[in-house]
Design a protein around this ligand. Structure first.
Ligand code: SF4
Length: 299
């Protein structure tokens, strides 16, 4: 992961303590998808964003997407967020590739750096965003190689990929919960789900962790109790900064996710177009700004 194992263990120790004091109500486990409250009132194939994102105060964005089939404009912030995800994915796939060539963390790091541009361009990073993407890539590559090196010191004879069994861009079927059949989890491993975000922390972002945990539990019938929110900032202009927050995905987080899902399903099934809020409540970066208000917003 982006944090070395000893630090991850420290985060998990605190979360184990919370879990022991407040066990998850079985009704809120994803494997109980065939009964309330997990069973959805409608199977609408919602994306995680449809359920948890609260950029639009009246959820008109979901209405425009799902009912009218409108595609929003990708803002610059959204483009950077998409590239950040591509960088993480490129780093992990190159790490796996490198570890088939070398069992030495230094050799792995060198391989990763030598192949960085090829990998990033291959994952769709545009030429004009290559500079800052490479900076972020190198930072993450160093973290992975360093983590692997530490592990090999503590466990002589181990292989570099041991302890790194995180699946990135992991596909999961959310249809049992009324979500898309093709959800993509940023990273998943060892009963922990990871969501990567660009920009500032917002309280509702942690609900995505609960949503993915429920979907993974529904698919694999195995508990997913913990989540990590990884925030990347500082790019494209400055040095990348990465902050990791750990969460115990407790019953109340799961309840909030289910309530949010039900609210969206009810709105869509009621077939009532949500009224526009006051204009000053709409961020100009909203991808649907030009639809709701005309002009050139959404950039
Ligand atoms: S412009 Fe406003 S009302 Fe329209 S989708 Fe965006 S936030 Fe919602």
């Amino acid at each position: 992961m982006v944090i070395a194992q000893p630090y991850l263990s420290r985060v998990l120790r605190r979360l184990h303590y919370l879990a022991a004091r407040d066990p998850i109500d079985e009704l809120y486990r994803g494997w109980n998808w065939d009964r309330p409250p997990i069973r959805p009132r409608g199977l609408l194939g919602l994306s995680m964003g449809d359920v948890v994102y609260r950029y639009c105060p009246v959820r008109r964005d979901v209405w425009l997407r799902k009912v009218l089939g409108v595609r929003g404009r990708e803002s610059r912030v959204m483009t950077i967020g998409r590239i950040v995800h591509s960088v993480f994915h490129a780093v992990y796939s190159t790490f796996m590739e490198a570890s088939t060539h070398s069992s030495d963390p230094v050799g792995i790091y060198e391989y990763m750096v030598q192949n960085a541009s090829r990998k990033l361009i291959g994952t769709g990073v545009p030429q004009e965003d290559l500079g800052w993407s490479l900076k972020l890539y190198r930072r993450l590559a160093l973290g992975l190689a360093g983590s692997s090196s530490l592990r090999m010191i503590w466990h002589p004879g181990s292989r570099p990929i041991e302890g790194m069994l995180w699946l990135t861009e992991h596909h999961v079927d959310g249809s049992m919960l009324g979500l898309s059949q093709n959800l993509r989890v940023d990273a998943y491993g060892e009963g922990i789900v990871v969501e990567i975000k660009y920009g500032r922390y917002m309280d509702f972002q942690r609900l995505a962790l609960a949503g993915y945990a429920l979907a993974l539990e529904a698919e694999y019938e195995a508990p997913v109790n913990y989540g990590l929110l990884v925030h990347v900032n500082g790019v494209p202009e400055g040095d990348p900064s990465i902050r990791v927050r750990g969460y115990y995905i407790d019953t109340s987080m799961r309840q909030r996710f289910i309530e949010s899902r039900d609210e969206v399903i009810d709105m869509l099934m009621a077939e009532r177009e949500p009224a526009k809020p006051a204009k000053n409540q709409c961020p100009e970066s909203c991808p649907f700004y030009h639809i709701c208000w005309g002009g050139s917003g959404g950039r």
